[in-house]
Design a protein around this ligand. Structure first.
Ligand code: 28G
Length: 642
């Protein structure tokens, strides 16, 4: 039975049914009940504070992860209104926390809320999914408080004292019967709050983790907004112009953009809609790219940088080395794509396009030296692309002559049906041999990697085709790279990276993911890239079947289970695998390659983007961070062609 007894009227019953729906199908409202969904709860609450900041009333938000994974969020906004709400006949604050907004973020048709003026959309969802929640409000000289359990009001809003100033404080404990784990990842939250601070000029956000003995904390506040964001993204790169280009337009669809070119060869455009990272791009990105291509070509023509006989610069030439952040606010955003992070609203394309057309061409006219630096870079990108095309044709012609063109190291599978085929990419000196012997050759191919890794950061596409290590990967997958990449041509439905669970393994993963992210992006978008998960431990005992464990928690669980069967810890022998190379073919099959028993992790765009960021730091132009890294990771770097 509940601790508190309540009489419910018709309205309250409706409320309870609403929140019950959230508890029944949490995925509909927060995406999932994994750690991702858990973090989502925090974002929902913080978003309400951000809305109050966007409304112009809040300058600071503080987040604390308290011991026991309790989350505490405080803001210095106006405080949620406390008076009785005319429709619900309970306080506005209680209404915000108990009445489910129609639709919901992931289900329904309302889509995401728009930041600015629409507070509290997610608060009731968080409340419904929390074991308990407590809200404290400072407003009109009073201190008010209310409390909930699993979304049900257990203490109605009441004035508990006096207060100076205004603001809202929310504490909640997520429900551990709903979420897989309550272990918030400090780094993930920190990254998101830094991002929000960049996107909300002048707002101060602090985070503190009190769960460990030595608390972690950070504080973010950027007066420069998106300009600071781009400077942050470029901090390890060599810039072509000193300050980022900044353009902004208020109106029906507010748009804010910052751009800075670097000497690198990669394209880094981040797009946001209502502060949400639209990883898959969409109409805002489309509008931005179109305008950029047009403005640069027009400028180059008008200033005779492109001669009459020259053909136009292509979009990819113009985006080489660019770092940009595009942020739009849309009233009724439509999110599409695999992970619902692609903006679909068609009206946004034109708004962004015309605004960039106008502002960027003005900027270039007023800053001719910046314009020249950027266009020099675009022209040399265009020449390199031309060279790459010739190199590719050469390779193609050659491969027409030789009949069998697959890489010599590739142990291909017999099936030709891509849907059922898999290729394991294995670092040469670890487990290539065992993998070849242990595999099911009908549908599993093995590609061992050899030789020096090319520094993708410092190389254009033509070099990549010619690289010893990457060329076999491209040829084995069989679908080209860059703008020519055709995901319908892939020879394997699953491309599986199999690397050790150590530092070196993580480096090869980072390199390959960065490579896929930059040159075969649809492969990741399409969900074709996987990470194999080799076991970390083997528990064995005479007469008992070997038990493999993939994580430390797995191991603990296995010990417990065996203990329940009367097998004590000290009677078991524990082997810790340092690498795949320690396993014989049969073990490798059982633990890592057999589709019935193996664990495969599907790589998301987010994973790949993260790999790209790590890689950029590692390979960037700034010497200091790289040197630090090299000192810490000597072995890996020996293998790199820097
Ligand atoms: C600390 C954790 C997260 C919030 C406010 C402030 C107001 C508010 C929140 O109003 C109801 C719906 C739209 C007006 C609004 C205060 C207007 C005047 C607010 C938060 C009434 C919600 N005074 N601060 N909600 N609105 N902070 N921080 O949740 O029409 S939620």
């Amino acid at each position: 039975m509940e601790k508190y007894d309540h009489k419910y009227g018709a309205e309250q019953i409706q409320v309870l049914e609403g929140l019950e729906a959230v508890r029944k199908r949490p995925g509909m409202y927060i995406g999932s009940t994994s750690i991702r969904g858990l973090h989502h709860l925090v974002y929902e609450i913080v978003d309400n504070g951000v809305d109050e900041a966007l409304a112009g009333y809040c300058t600071e938000i503080n987040v604390i992860i308290e011991q026991g994974n309790v989350i505490c969020v405080t803001d210095n906004g106006r405080g949620i209104p406390v008076e009785i709400h005319p429709k619900t006949h309970i306080s506005t604050a209680e209404t915000v926390y108990t009445v489910l907004h129609a639709g919901g973020k992931f289900g329904g048709d309302s889509g995401y809320k728009v930041s600015g003026g629409l507070h509290g959309v997610g608060a009731s969802v968080v409340n419904a999914l929390s074991t308990w929640a407590e809200v404290t409000i400072k407003r009109d000289g009073g201190l008010y408080q209310m409390a909930f359990e699993k979304g049900k009001t257990v203490k109605k809003l009441e004035r508990i004292g006096d207060a100076e100033g205004t603001g809202t404080k929310v504490r909640f404990l997520a429900d551990d019967t709903i979420f897989e784990s309550l272990n918030y990842e400090y780094e993930v939250l920190e990254k998101r709050f830094r991002e929000i601070a960049f996107l909300t000029k002048g707002l101060k956000i602090t985070i503190e983790d009190q769960r460990e003995e030595t608390p972690k904390k950070a504080e973010f506040c950027y007066e420069g907004g998106l300009i600071s964001f781009v400077e942050y993204l470029n901090k390890n790169k060599e810039k072509l112009h000193k300050t980022p280009i900044y353009i902004e337009k208020d109106g029906e669809i507010p748009v804010e953009i910052a751009i800075q070119y670097t000497s690198s060869y990669s394209e880094n455009i981040y797009t946001f809609t209502n502060n949400i990272n639209t990883i898959e791009g969409g109409t805002h990105l489309e509008g931005f790219k179109r305008a950029l291509t047009k403005v640069m070509n027009d400028y180059a023509r008008n200033h005779n940088i492109l001669k009459e006989k020259d053909s136009n610069l292509q979009g990819e030439d113009i985006r080489e080395g660019i770092t940009a952040v595009v942020s739009v606010k849309v009233k009724e955003p439509q999110f599409e794509g695999q992970t619902k992070t692609k903006l679909g609203n068609s009206e946004v394309t034109g708004v962004v396009q015309s605004m960039v057309n106008e502002a960027l061409s003005t900027f270039l006219e007023e800053n001719p030296s910046v314009a020249k630096a950027i266009l020099d870079k675009c022209i040399s990108a265009s020449r390199a692309r031309e060279a790459a095309r010739k190199a590719r044709e050469l390779v193609r012609k050659k491969s027409n002559l030789e009949t069998s063109t697959l890489p010599g190291k590739l142990a291909d599978c017999s099936s030709k049906n891509a849907d059922e085929c898999e290729v394991y990419i294995v670092e040469g000196d670890s487990a290539g041999g065992s993998a070849k012997q242990g595999r099911d050759r009908k549908f599993q191919a093995i590609l061992p990697l050899w030789g020096k890794m090319l520094n993708v950061e410092k190389a254009r596409a033509d070099k990549i085709y010619g690289n010893d290590k990457l060329n076999p990967v491209i040829v084995a997958i069989g679908a080209g790279i860059g703008a020519d990449f055709d995901v319908t041509k892939i020879r394997y439905g699953k491309v599986i990276i199999m690397a050790d669970a150590d530092v070196d393994g993580s480096h090869i993963r980072t390199l390959l993911l960065t490579f896929f992210f930059r040159y075969m992006r649809p492969l990741i978008e399409n969900g074709n890239v996987y990470l194999a998960q080799p076991p970390l431990y083997k528990l064995s005992k005479k007469g008992m079947e070997d038990k493999y464990c993939y994580t430390d928690e797995d191991l603990e669980k296995a010990y417990k289970e065996l203990e329940e069967q009367g097998i004590t810890r000290d009677s078991l022998s524990l082997q810790r695998y340092k690498g795949l190379g320690e396993m014989n073919p049969e073990q490798l099959w059982d633990t890592t390659m057999n589709p019935e028993t193996r664990i495969l992790i599907k790589v998301t765009m987010e994973d790949a983007q993260k790999a790209d960021e790590i890689f950029t730091l590692l390979m960037g132009d700034e010497v200091e961070p790289r040197r630090e890294f090299i000192q810490q990771n000597a072995k890996y770097v020996r293998n790199l062609d820097i």
